[in-house]
Each structure stands twice: as C-alpha cells, then as structure tokens.
Write a protein that binds this ligand. Sequence first.
Ligand code: CP
Length: 312
Amino acid sequence: MSELSVNHLLGIKYITEADIQLIFETADHFKEVINRPIKKVPSLRDITIANLFFENSTRTKLSFELAEKRLSADVINFASSSSSVTKGETLIDTVNNILSMKVDMVVMRHPNPGAGIFLSKHVDASIINAGDGAHEHPTQALLDAYSIREKLGDVAGKKVVIVGDILHSRVALSNIFALQKLGAKVKVCGPKTLIPKYIEKLNVEVETNLRKALEWCDVANMLRVQNERMDISYFPTTREYTQQFGLNKAILDSLSKEIVVMHPGPINRGVEITSDVADSKQSIILEQVQNGVAIRMAVIYLLASKIKHHED
Ligand code: CP
C-alpha cells in the first residue's frame, strides 16, 4: 500500500492497521533525513499549512511546526488567545478566513471533542487532529507505538499498561486504538473514579493495583492527572494518588523484569512519576519526542500526496 485510506487524520479509530504501518515505514525514512547534516527535503514546497491551536501545547505545536519546515511547506501559526476568537468569531468563520488565504492543510488542537471531525465536514482542506478535548490525539498514539516498535522490535504481542487519569485522556483512547490495531495487549491502571465506564467494551482490562499492572507489562505509559479538565475531586489528595499510582525507582527496581517507561508529557514530576524514573535508562520519554517529528512528517507527507494540485 502506498496511499492512506483517509484524506484527514481525525483519530486512530478511523484509520487501518495498514495505514499505521505505512506511516511507520514513511517515518523510518524521515527519521534518517532528520539525522542528516541537512535535515530538510523539498517535498512540500507547494503546500501551505495552518497550525491552529485553541488550547495550550508545547511538544505537539513545536513538533508539527518543525515537521512542516523539514518538509519545506509554508507554515502559518494561529493561537486563539491572541486572535479574534476572543472577540466572538466562530470556529468555521476563523478557519474559512484562514483558508481563503489558500491554505491546503489545517493542524488543529481544540478543547471540544469532535472539533476536527466537524471541521472536516465544513471546509475544503486536509485536517489533522492535534488533540480534541478528551477524545483523540492520533499523532501522539502513532509516535508512542512507533517508539515501542523502535525499542522492542515490534508492537504485536507486547503488553502495555496505561496508568493514571484515563477518564480525561485523549492520549489513552488513541493509544488503545493504535496498540490494539497493531496486535498489542492493553490494560489500564488508575483510581476507579478515573477509569471510564465504557473501557471494558474496548476489550481493555482494568487493574487497580499498580504493582500487579507493572509485573504484567512490557511497557508502562504513565499519564498526568488532568486537573484542568476536572470540576470535582476524583481522589482524596495528590499525596495519596502518588502513593498508590505514582511510579518511583523503588517499585521499578523491585520488578522481576526490566520494563520500558513512557510518558506523553507534560510531566508532573513527583506526582505520577519521580524524576529518577523519568530520567532513567528505562525511560524513552525524549525518544518519544524525537520520534514525534518523524511521525508528523510522515503523516503530513502522506496526506499532502492526496491533495490534487500537489505532485510529488
Ligand atoms: N503530549 C502533548 O500533547 O504535549 P503538549 O500538550 O505539550 O503538546
């Protein structure tokens, strides 16, 4: 297969295993490119991309911008906090104004679940979801699965536990879809109040004992507690959360085998993970960030090849 089955990347739910494998193979090529002295290719000289961020971001925003520039695309950046959205402009009006400047592709982060899906039905551009509320964060899941493949040789057959605030996490949902499509076994671990009720319908087991979850897994993906999405208290205190679900060096070293530790960032050091674990040789957190650029280059390149005027 040399082409994606979709014209937008709205969620991992909507793509196939073959799409993911094509993205990985393309990312392998771009990973080699970004390690060259000249880290740039001319592939997207005729493509203009708008990065629309209606919610804060460090890694995803910088990673997309770098990926676009490495592909030689023209790039415009928009942050809602400094835009006319603060004067009441709607999402469709904002995007249509940007598109009238002849933009081909939109990378959008938005606090509302489904915002990218909505946009894809109303505007004539390729849409990449860079995180929509607690729904999906597809490029994060792709870079996470790619990092597991790089570290352990394959994703199929591997056991991955996602630990923490599953309820508010778009990373968890996208990871579950991606890992299962690639043949991994997935469990989640966290306080019952932070595990969504629909989780077992996704064929995901719940483990509320961190040690048991860690003994079972090959990879632990530690998630942050998303206090900004909480309107009530889901656990008694942060201290108690850390005591039950925080990963520290003592637990890591006491396990019967060496596991791989991941975190999508941003990290709350000392809450879900201690600094010595985050910075340990078992952690691949910075490899995840590095792989994010190659994965995003691959996604943008493959979607751009489906845009009619673009001939690469
Ligand atoms: N992992 C992630 O999405 O980080 P940012 O919110 O900083 O983009």
